[in-house]
Design a protein around this ligand. Structure first.
Ligand code: PLP
Length: 393
């Protein structure tokens, strides 16, 4: 063929993190078939969908089988019932977001990746380490990227102080994947002040907001001024176990404008052209997840995961290992003991105690020397892993 391809893809690193983990684990298993390997690297929910969600899905499935209640293409931006339910969910956290500012989607990953469609050739500011989608989607579209370092000194919460004052598209993920670090209201206020001063846009990924405990904002719109400079992306995935069910939303406040052009209208146009909406059955399930009973059940599951995180955190404290996260997030980000490199620590854990985690180096250069454990395992597996880790930390 003689067509031109998008050569920017040549600049995207092989996504080798999870395949490399699988390769090393499979090799070890083949050599030690008797070994009982415990996986504390998973970033996926393991508890099933709750009763309220499943009941709503069953009801919606039945409706689809009856002529009078059958639904065809869903609205591109989400059914009003779900947009209203999400708006009410914001209100329950003291935040004012109107239903018509909410755009329902099939995943935060899709929206994080697709947002580049409506943005021009800006400088992109991305924290390192971070969820790789922000980086890769911008490399694929040939954008210029600047990194801002997360490190132990700033608690993996980089701040704008010292940045050149120019317009950026800034990605912020809080509570953070992979570090679990969470910005407080004052820190988010500093980012908003910087965005306003520099004419920047913030893309705020709050996929883990439901894990927040204590005095941290669940939405960046709880901070004054955010409506003029922030797009917020959130998801049912980790909140309600929808990783396999797929539903999320993104907020475009009416105030977001560039030279009189509405960013919200551009997103609406993009979605109407390229997206045909989330299935009715799934949107009914998502609506149920936000009902009082649904939220109660989701919180019980989150508490279960967080108790695992607490146990891991207690072990690390006892052993004097530095870590962040585990409080407002299912992720525990620890410093590898004895200045080991991430992959060396990975190999050591696999070989000595058959516990699998995720090497921090896979999330960016600043992740080298760190390691991610998650609280998504079962209680039994987490306790067993802790007993084993005790012997080598
Ligand atoms: N944002 C962050 C920070 C994540 O860690 C993940 C998933 O791991 C996502 C977004 C993707 O969410 P979704 O399942 O809604 O696509």
């Amino acid at each position: 063929m003689n067509i031109k391809l998008n050569d920017n893809f040549d600049n995207v690193k092989e996504s080798y993190l999870f395949s490399e983990i699988a390769k090393r684990v499979n090799k070890y298993s083949a050599e030690h078939p008797e070994a009982k390997i415990i996986r504390l690297g998973i970033g996926d929910c393991t508890l099933p969908l709750t009763k309220t969600v499943i009941d709503a899905m069953h009801k919606a499935v039945d409706e689809m089988g009856v002529k009078e209640t059958f639904r065809g293409y869903p609205p591109e931006y989400g059914y009003d019932f779900l947009r209203e339910a999400i708006s009410k969910y914001y209100a329950s956290n003291g935040v004012d977001v109107a239903a018509d500012e909410i755009f329902v989607s099939d995943g935060a990953k899709s929206d994080c990746g697709n947002i580049v469609d409506i943005l021009g050739d800006n400088t992109i500011l991305i924290p390192d380490p971070v969820y790789p989608v922000y980086m890769d989607s911008n490399i694929m579209s040939g954008r210029k990227i600047e990194l801002i370092s997360g490190n132990q000194e700033n608690g993996f919460l980089p701040m704008p102080k010292g940045l050149e004052v120019k317009p950026y598209v800034i990605y912020i993920c809080s509570p953070n994947n992979p570090t679990g670090a969470t910005y407080n209201k004052e820190q988010l206020g500093e980012w908003i002040a910087f965005a306003k001063k520099s004419g920047s846009l913030i893309i705020f990924d709050s996929a883990y907001e439901a894990f927040i405990k204590g005095d941290y904002p669940h939405s960046i719109y709880a901070v004054e001024g955010a409506r003029e400079c922030v797009i917020e992306i959130c998801s049912f995935s980790k909140m309600a176990g929808f990783t396999g069910t797929r539903c999320s939303w993104t907020v475009f406040p009416k105030e977001l404008e560039v030279n009189g052009k509405s960013v919200q209208k551009m997103w609406a146009r993009r979605q109407a052209t390229k997206f045909n909406g989330v299935p009715y059955v799934i949107q009914r399930a998502a609506e149920a997840a936000l009902s009082p009973e649904g939220v109660k059940e989701a919180m019980a599951n989150i508490d279960y995961y967080m108790s695992n995180g607490k146990l891991i955190g207690e072990l690390l404290k006892e052993k004097g290992v530095w870590f962040s996260g585990g409080v407002c997030s299912p992720y525990i980000w620890l410093k590898c003991p004895n200045n080991m490199k991430s992959w060396d620590f990975f190999d050591m854990l696999l070989e000595k105690v058959q516990v699998v985690g995720t090497p921090g180096a896979g999330f960016g250069d600043e992740g080298e020397g760190y390691f991610r454990l998650t609280s998504f395992g079962s209680r039994e597996a987490t306790i067993e892993a802790i007993e084993r880790l005790k012997t080598i930390l």
